[in-house]
Design a protein around this ligand. Structure first.
Ligand SMILES: [Zn+2]
Length: 192
């Protein structure tokens, strides 16, 4: 196909498929160099950086070719709606879920455990040991209970984030995966 391969663009956080375009070597190079996803447009017959007119650029996170090297998976962060119709994706899907960020956060937490740095709060928690981590989860749980009784969304969200973060640190400290918790939930759901 004249050196063109299909490039599938996936939201790096939500995992949603955003769009598909074609890339040649130049488009791949331009994408890497600029950090903005760039295709070869067959209708324009030139390189086309997505967002060059709309301002809705797609920021590159990573690019990998598939098993036999005839397509590219681009993981990226869209700055706005991807489709020219104004839709979040070219497949008319809503792309609002950010829960995929939990996996990125877990990877960071795991990294802080294996490669601790002096400035990392997460690394300092691991250094203090399991009792301290578990105690923090207890404290954050009490704090969210207190905020739940009030009506301040900002404070409640702060505590909700603290609890989720420390819960993930506790799982990592125990050497367990969030997937194992999901297995328990999936299993319970099956029995009903
Ligand atoms: Zn579209």
């Amino acid at each position: 196909m004249d050196g063109l391969v299909p490039a599938i663009v996936q939201d790096a956080i939500s995992g949603k498929v955003l769009m598909q375009g074609y890339m040649n070597e130049e488009a791949v190079a331009k994408t890497k160099e600029s950090g903005m996803v760039t295709f070869f447009s067959r209708s324009k017959n030139r390189l086309w950086t997505k967002g060059e007119t709309s301002g809705n650029f797609i920021e590159l996170v990573s690019m990998t070719s598939d098993c036999d090297g005839d397509s590219i998976l681009v993981k990226a962060n869209p700055r706005g709606p991807v489709c020219h119709t104004g839709s979040d994706t070219c497949f008319e899907e809503v792309n609002t879920s950010k829960t995929g960020f939990i996996d990125q956060l877990r990877a960071i937490i795991k990294d802080r455990k294996t490669n601790p740095t002096d400035t990392s709060y997460t690394a300092s928690l691991f250094a203090k040991g399991i009792n301290k981590v578990a105690q923090k989860v207890g404290e954050e749980a009490v704090e969210i209970v207190i905020e739940a009784k009030d009506d301040n969304k900002e404070l409640f969200m702060g505590e909700a984030a603290d609890l989720l973060y420390h819960y993930l640190v506790l799982l990592e400290a125990k050497g367990y995966e969030l997937d194992e918790v999901m297995d328990v939930l999936i299993d319970r759901h099956k029995k009903k």
